[in-house]
Ligand binder design. Structure first.
Ligand SMILES: [Zn+2]
Length: 318
């Protein structure tokens, strides 16, 4: 089946698409049993709010994410499996909304949040933010104020580093947002420190300015890391009160020590943008039942850019 046959709607980047997303899910719930069943499972999933002072995260038991959380994302493993974002490997029942020149919104049949969507490019091309910031900002605005646009870097959360994709989902109040008001502000930027996560938030009504500032921030982060590669980062974008709001999480590592620990100590948690936003996915019941806020802080601290380099980077942001 071609992309064109899967399309139920096509939108330009300046359109609002929240109504089209509702329509896509209504249709797919009717026609696609796997999605219907997994949405029902998510609705009944156990959650716990882990609180530490003014900060909190939501721990979620989600066995359906085991494959993704434990996915091998090294080059050899990725090269040896069929790409699940290429059109010819998608489930027959899956339908899409076209967005812009080459992006397709597809319901994620293993959701973490309601209306969880994968947004691959038409071509099988590597995950990279370079040249994609205008798409990211357009998507952030198009999905309406209650959804978040998501970008996971190829080495820190993307389960398909070989095929470009964004995600989105219905997350009206990501737990990280309460940290903004306690942050340090400088011009359009705010630095936040919450449960071991050091991050910055950009807020501006102007898409061109947002793109320029994000591009420079990425470049400065690469300079501080002394690397020409894309620095490890997760982005979350939304549009509220007539302004773009982008959460930028600079990363040091993909997975924390506990992911690799032996037996008793092991916690299967693999932080991507969802986790950084405050939704911590745990495929195993045992991990879900025992994880606490102190462990979450340790996990976030290990995978986030360290304090010294964060302060250096913050000093360079304009
Ligand atoms: Zn592909």
């Amino acid at each position: 089946m071609s992309w064109e046959k899967r399309l139920i709607a096509r939108h330009s980047p300046s359109d609002r698409i929240d109504a089209a997303i509702d329509m896509l899910f209504r249709k797919q719930r009717r026609d696609w049993q796997l999605l219907r069943e997994n949405e029902a499972t998510l609705a009944g999933a156990r959650v716990r709010r882990l609180v530490d002072g003014p900060d909190s995260v939501i721990a979620q038991e989600n066995p359906g994410r085991h494959g993704s959380v434990s996915a091998k994302v090294d080059t050899a493993s990725v090269a040896s499996r069929p790409c699940f974002l290429c059109e010819h490997n998608l489930p027959e029942q899956e339908r899409a909304i076209g967005f812009g020149s080459d992006l397709f919104l597809l319901p994620n049949p293993y959701p973490i949040v309601p209306q969880h969507i994968s947004i691959p490019s038409r071509a099988h091309e590597a995950q990279a933010i370079d040249g994609r910031l205008p798409d990211f900002l357009a998507l952030s605005k198009a999905i309406g104020g209650e959804h978040l646009a998501i970008y996971n870097g190829p080495r820190c959360g993307a389960s398909a580093p070989d095929h470009f994709h964004f995600q989105t989902g219905h997350i009206p109040h990501p737990p990280i947002e309460t940290a903004i008001e306690r942050g340090r502000s400088k011009g359009r930027w705010t630095a936040v420190d919450s449960l071991g996560r050091r991050a910055v938030v950009l807020r501006t009504p102007d898409a061109d300015e947002a793109e320029r500032k994000l591009r420079l921030a990425i470049k400065e982060l690469a300079t501080i890391n002394d690397s020409d590669d894309e620095p490890m980062l997760n982005l979350l974008g939304r549009y509220r009160g007539d302004a773009y709001e982008v959460f930028f999480f600079p990363r040091d590592r993909h997975r924390p020590d506990c992911y690799f620990a032996e037996s008793e100590e092991r916690l299967l948690v693999s932080p991507g943008a969802m986790e950084m936003a405050g939704v911590v996915v745990l495929p195993h019941a045992r991990d879900f039942e025992r994880i606490d806020a102190g462990q979450v802080r340790e996990i976030f601290d290990q995978v986030t850019l360290d304090k010294d380099r964060f302060e250096e980077w913050w000093g360079e942001l304009r």
